[in-house]
Design a protein. Structure first.
Lengths: 172, 270
């Protein structure tokens, strides 16, 4: 029990540090084509144990987002998208529920559910998170093609990163 | 133990979701509006501190490259000042008021920046302790960067010209037409020039410089070149795409311009 929370806090610190110290500075792309952002911090919310109370999950997501925002100079932006992701997480879990339901004391990881399940689960949530992020960032649908392009490219790269992280460290 | 209640559609969860989203949106809107930003900026001591420490660490590994670049920058600026105003360099004793010092230059280093969002920002590692004030211009050796928006004792936050709120008065070199530089997301190498009337005789490749009409920048700082000229039917003004000379992604060592005669100009224009 205690080690579960300790693990999550450790993971939180590692992910936030990766995000603000490394990923924030990466700027791939061609000179005229700048659509790729990397997001790894949503993984923290993805891997929170299932038994957490939902209000608590939303509040954790909000403050995680604010901490990221502090370093991205964008108050509200990351917290908004992360709260949205935390909110839809349970609906996606319901949607992906195995026939005999979830064990109460489980974390949604590859170790517990297999690679395919995790890939679908993380893809849906990360995509929604990134799409919400860029929509709110633009704040109008005037830039719709831009939003879509940025979402798709950022999604592919972020998802690859997240899956790599999970494969390499294989959290239980 | 099985847990069938993964989704408990309780109303209060939804209400909490809405409340948190509203807080987020209030933050976003406040921040987009008039820079009444009171909250969580990297000019804030905490994240400013971490960012500058980390930049220090990174710079250590690149010292040689940075030195090389600084030398080039200095040479470029020195060369400019030689060309413009030889007397100030060769003869310090002159008392001609025409050659009186008008602009003071303060060097600074970028310690945080973004280039690929709608409202890009940049943070410099110098603040009011080094004499930086709001509304000073920022340039580097390759041209214009932006305007100082907010300062505290140790850091200054800059609105670069690739921010949707940035408006900079510029001039087509040798032709005299002046317009306003505005930016549209998301291309950080290009910006838009508006208010050039359609009878103006301009061509692709013309150089754009600052106009010197405002008290922020002196006249003649290089901005970029005209890349594309469009005339929208029914409009009296050209839509001009300007390719920036300066690559803001690489901006590292910048110079802040202090206009020593600013108050005098503002006074006479009041």
């Amino acid at each position: 029990m205690g080690s579960l929370w300790a693990n999550n806090i450790k993971r939180f610190i590692i992910l936030v540090l990766i995000q603000i110290l490394i990923l924030k500075r990466i700027n791939i792309g061609w000179t005229d084509f700048n659509y790729i952002h990397f997001f790894i911090y949503p993984l923290f919310i993805l891997l929170i144990p299932l038994k957490i109370q939902r209000p608590f999950l939303l509040i954790i997501a909000f403050f995680t987002g604010l901490i990221i925002d502090m370093f991205y100079d964008s108050p509200g932006l990351h917290s908004s998208s992360l709260v949205f992701m935390a909110f839809v997480r349970n609906y996606i879990l319901k949607f992906l529920e195995p026939r005999d339901g979830y064990k109460i004391d489980i974390t949604p990881t590859i170790y517990n559910f297999g690679f395919n399940w995790f890939l679908i689960y993380s893809s849906i949530l990360v995509f929604l998170n990134i799409f919400w992020y860029f929509s709110v960032e633009a704040f109008s649908f005037q830039y719709f093609p831009d939003i879509i392009l940025k979402t798709i490219f950022s999604f592919i790269f972020s998802e690859v990163l997240i899956v790599l992280y999970v494969i390499i460290l294989n959290p239980k | 133990m099985r847990n069938p209640l993964v989704v408990n559609n309780k109303l209060y969860v939804f209400i909490l979701f809405i409340i948190l989203e509203i807080i987020s949106f209030v933050l976003i809107i406040n921040y987009n509006n008039k820079q009444k930003d009171i909250f969580l900026y990297s000019s804030n001591l905490f994240s400013g501190y971490i960012n500058s420490k980390y930049t220090n660490l990174l710079q250590y590994f690149e010292l040689k490259k940075i030195n090389e670049k600084l030398k080039k920058d200095n040479a470029f600026i020195l060369q400019q000042s030689f060309n413009k105003n030889p007397a100030t360099v060769y003869d310090n004793k002159t008392e001609d008021t025409l050659l009186e010092k008008r602009f003071n230059i303060i060097p600074a280093t970028v310690c945080n920046k973004s280039i690929d969002s709608r409202n890009n920002r940049m943070t410099l590692d110098k603040g009011s302790n080094d004499g930086i004030k709001k509304d000073m211009g920022v340039i580097d050796a390759h041209g214009l960067i932006g305007v100082v928006r907010k300062v505290n004792s140790d850091y200054a936050s800059v609105v670069p010209l690739i921010n949707t709120v940035s408006r900079i008065s510029v001039l087509v070199k040798n032709k005299g037409y002046f317009g306003i530089l505005e930016w549209e997301p998301y291309d950080y190498r290009r910006t838009k020039l508006t208010s050039i009337p359609k009878h103006a005789n301009i061509e692709r490749g013309d150089t754009i410089i600052t106009s010197g009409f405002s008290t922020i920048f002196p006249k003649g700082i290089l901005v970029g070149t005209i890349e594309e000229i469009q005339l929208i039917r029914g409009s009296n003004y050209y839509d001009i795409i300007v390719r920036l000379n300066n690559n803001l992604a690489l901006a590292e060592n910048v110079y802040i311009i202090e206009n020593l005669k600013k108050d005098l100009k503002n006074e006479v224009e009041k």
